[in-house]
Design a binder for this molecule. Structure first.
Ligand SMILES: Cc1ncc(C[n+]2csc(CCOP(=O)(O)OP(=O)(O)O)c2C)c(N)n1
Ligand SMILES: [Mg+2]
Length: 281
């Protein structure tokens, strides 16, 4: 990892830029996509794939890999963008996004895509699957970790709270949950649809080690991943990430109803230009 004297992580910011760019290019292929989410979670994905996780790009099913579960399957475009950057999926496939026969369908499908550990679509399941995988890894004495990304809208699902309770019960210190608090979901601002605050207090009361950070500040994300991978006791770890929908493309950030951002044909290039303008590497 390269760092400047200010501590800002140059190499990772370039990875995050390229993940955002890959996602916008895929969006342009279909003229649509969950772009606001891909832009908001790019810094977390860059940190997961280029700082924290153990994997072999040429062997995505390597037994000793860390697992990354995408619970919020509609964020698939974001994960594809990271898997392309990681060399698990060839960059040319980006052009096939959402087309018949593509390995990159609009909602994540484990059977289609290398590096996709679970199928998405029905929300609220990733954390439960992560508990099962985490328990299995421990019973095999594996040192692999299981990461799961889920969204603030998924906090409305009872299954998520069952998983939160059982992960603590089983002392799954190999499980790292990441919740994307962009305060948006399909029906409006997440906290207005279902009040989940104070989230840190609730998760701590359920027995988790919890950090809350600005998920669009790379240095903070890196520090949180490092802490979560360290010795914080026999408990599962949660990183609550406050993020900005559309982060990196100011005219998309400014849109109010941005669960499914409408992007006009000419705006895709403008979005790429905005990313270039904000590039720090
Ligand atoms: C079990 C289930 N209920 C409802 C949906 C429909 N749905 C798709 S995306 C979404 C919003 C979920 O919230 P969040 O992921 O926070 O939204 P975003 O941040 O992407 O706007 C909903 C309700 C679903 N996919 N699965
Ligand atoms: Mg959300």
């Amino acid at each position: 990892m390269d760092t400047t004297p200010l501590g800002h992580n140059v190499a990772l910011s370039e990875r995050a830029y390229r993940i955002r760019r890959n996602a916008v290019r895929m969006g342009e292929v279909q003229g649509q996509g969950y772009i606001g989410q891909a832009l908001d979670i790019a810094d977390v994905l860059a940190t997961a794939y280029f700082h924290a996780m153990r994997y072999r790009p040429e062997d995505p099913e390597w037994e000793e890999r860390d697992r990354f579960l995408l619970s919020n399957g509609h964020y698939a475009i974001a994960l594809y963008a990271a898997l392309i950057e990681a060399g698990i999926i060839p960059e040319e496939e980006l052009e096939t996004y959402g087309s018949d026969g593509s390995r990159l369908p609009m909602s994540g499908m484990a059977a289609y895509t290398p590096g996709m550990e679970m199928s998405g679509g029905s929300l609220g399941l990733g954390l439960s699957i992560a508990v099962g995988i985490g328990l299995g890894l421990k019973r095999k004495n594996s040192t692999s970790r299981v990461y799961t990304l889920f969204s603030d809208g998924e906090l409305d699902e009872g299954s998520v709270w069952e998983a939160i309770m059982s992960a603590a019960h089983w002392k799954l210190d190999n499980l790292i949950g990441i919740v994307d608090v962009n305060n948006q979901q399909a029906d409006g601002p997440s906290t207005q649809v279902m009040a989940f605050e104070p989230l840190v207090d609730k998760l701590e009361a359920f027995g988790w080690h919890v950090q809350r950070i600005n998920g669009n500040n790379l240095d903070a994300v890196v520090a949180a991943f490092d802490t979560a991978r360290g010795d914080v006791g026999p408990k599962p770890r949660m990183i609550v990430c406050d993020t900005r929908m559309g982060c990196g493309v100011p005219f998309l950030e400014a849109r109010e109803k941005n669960h499914f951002i409408r992007v006009d044909a000419h705006e895709w290039q403008l979005a790429l230009d905005a990313l270039d303008a904000g590039r720090t590497a």
